[in-house]
Design a protein around this ligand. Structure first.
Ligand code: C2E
Ligand code: CA
Length: 525
């Protein structure tokens, strides 16, 4: 029940239209989003690397301040020796400058100013890093520059220094903002240029994470002792800044998505319509027959032919038999197809004077054999003509259904119709089934013939099948023979007949009639 409902839904055009539109839109969104994220990450990753390097250098410089504290323990006043030590530290520092000494809340000397005449009171309330002995004053006046300029100051015990302004390369882009945050006793504090976005708390140390907040794409990368770098892309600014690129990406993704969507829509249309078109063709009998010659291997005479059907859809496209035959089976129109093909083939062969002169093999469906339909069709079509030149090809079927066809086969044989197991080796038939089925020929599937000249296993299998057939008194037909070496090997293995492109491709009746004229026909009586 559920299966049929699903099948009904699948047949609705609107369903497929929706599927096509939705998948096209999804693909478009995905490609655009993926492209944008990748571009942004191409900017954020170097920015993080930069921040990581800067952070490591600052941490290294903190050691210099700690050294100063160790070198002058408990000292109350600034002296030359201390100033020299501070200047030496400044020379070795990579990220810190303007070292100073503080006693309590009074600054006594700095590396640029030397001893200050009047002790300078320091801004109260520095923020203390949660994870180390470092205190920060986010914007302290730089005394050496007259106090007009402010910088970020770090303080460890009694010595302090300014952090040189950080420059993160990528921030030159107007749509890109970068920030560095640290975790302090007062919460998350911005170390470098506060952003309009806050980092995600708690800080995660395991690498980068991105998210979208309001109109920003934000990537956060936490490192070191509670420090996090943040890179934010202001999406509207980015889109207007990169208008050209965005339009190009949108254009190409729309084009690709449109092509994919259009192609799948065409494909769907074609396959959904195939069923309806086939019904019309079967009703109007516009199925054609082509004929492929079959040769005796011992004397090289033309034995007969196999009839194969051909169908062109309403766009005049030739559709492969394995595709449209599946559709016919699905629509339960196998009997009609067999009837059309047999009727057309018999009439065409009569018209060119070949019916009864050569053997003609027709393909059938196992269910139609079992139900007796093939017998009825042949009786109706032949209407009094001899059926002894006709061979009915049966494809190997499920083992359980062997009994179902046995009676029908007997019925056909009683009318001197011969039988062949088609595509032998690909289905379920075994020795016992073959004994029961009582057929005349085994058609060795082309998958065994293909490559048998180089593949010893295939060659051996063909030989085994031929030997088994001989034991059962059956003749063998090799399908899909394309090369002379294959033909020679088949002859050496004792295969009775061959069919394949080496001799000829399937052809329309008049071509076939001409072809027969140019070959010696075997005596089939
Ligand atoms: P099949 O019965 O095994 O038919 C042989 C197929 O192999 C044909 O394909 C033929 O064109 C192809 N063939 C012949 N020689 C060579 C060769 O040397 N190399 C290669 N690569 N192929 C070769 P076709 O005509 O495309 O038919 C495919 C299948 O469709 C047939 O396989 C048969 O199972 C089915 N079929 C075709 N016509 C009918 C029909 O009228 N009724 C039924 N029930 N089935 C049919
Ligand atoms: Ca066949």
């Amino acid at each position: 029940m559920r299966g049929t409902t699903l099948a009904k839904i699948l047949r609705y055009r609107i369903f497929w239209l929706l599927v096509t539109v939705c998948s096209t839109l999804m693909l478009l969104t995905f490609i655009t989003f993926w492209g944008l994220i990748n571009t942004w990450q191409a900017y954020s990753r170097p920015a993080f690397e930069n921040m990581l390097g800067v952070d490591a250098e600052i941490q290294e410089d903190f050691k210099l301040i700690r050294e100063l504290n160790k070198e002058f323990p408990g000292q109350s006043l600034c002296n030359e020796e201390m100033l020299n030590a501070m200047r030496l530290a400044e020379l070795s520092a990579r990220r810190l400058h303007e070292f100073s000494y503080v006693q309590g809340d009074k600054l006594l000397c700095t590396t640029t100013m030397g001893f200050v005449s009047e002790p300078v009171f320091q801004p109260p309330d520095p923020v203390k890093s949660d994870l180390s002995d470092v205190e920060f004053v986010l914007s302290a006046p730089v005394l050496a520059l007259g106090g007009q300029v402010e910088g970020m100051q770090v303080k460890i015990d009694r010595f302090q220094a300014f952090i040189r302004p950080l420059a993160v390369e990528a921030t030159r882009m107007p749509w890109l903002e970068t920030g560095v945050y640290t975790l302090t006793e007062k919460g998350i504090q911005s170390v470098l240029k506060p952003l309009n976005v806050q980092p995600m708390a708690p800080f995660q140390k395991n690498g980068p994470h991105w998210r979208i907040t309001d109109d920003r794409w934000v990537e956060q990368f936490c490192y070191g002792a509670g420090s996090c770098g943040l890179v934010a892309v202001h999406i509207p600014t980015y889109l207007s800044y990169r208008k050209g690129a965005v339009i190009a990406v949108l254009f190409f993704t729309t084009l690709i998505a449109g092509l994919v969507g259009g192609f799948s829509w065409l494909l769907h249309k074609r396959y959904m319509e195939i069923g309806r078109q086939l019904k019309r063709s079967l009703n109007y009998r516009t199925i054609d027959c082509v004929y492929q010659p079959i040769f005796r291997l011992d004397n090289g005479h033309l034995e007969g032919c196999e009839v194969l059907c051909r169908w062109r859809d309403e766009h005049n496209q030739q559709i492969r038999p394995d595709i449209f035959i599946k559709e016919i089976e699905k629509n339960r129109q196998t009997r009609l197809l067999t009837e059309i093909v047999i009727k057309k083939a018999v009439n065409e062969l009569i018209a060119v004077g070949l019916f009864g002169r050569i053997r003609v093999a027709v393909n059938t469906f196992p269910d139609d054999i079992a139900s007796g339909h093939v017998d009825q069709i042949l009786t109706g079509v032949l209407a009094g003509r001899s059926s002894q030149s006709v061979t009915v090809e049966i494809t190997e079927h499920e083992a359980e259904s062997v009994d179902e066809v046995v009676n029908s086969i007997k019925q056909l044989r009683s009318k001197s119709i011969r039988l062949a197991i088609d595509d032998f080796g690909t289905g379920y038939s075994n020795f016992q089934h073959l004994e029961k089925l009582n057929v005349d020929y085994l058609k060795i599937d082309q998958s065994f013939v293909r490559g048998m000249e180089t593949n010893a296993l295939r060659s051996r299998l063909v030989k085994n099948i031929t030997e088994m057939a001989r034991t059962l008194g059956l003749e063998t037909v090799a399908e899909g023979v394309e090369l002379q070496v294959q033909l020679d090997a088949l002859r050496a293995h004792g295969v009775s007949f061959s069919q394949g492109y080496l001799h000829a491709k399937p052809m329309p009746i008049f071509d076939f009639a001409n072809y027969v004229k140019q070959h010696r026909v075997a005596d089939t009586t």
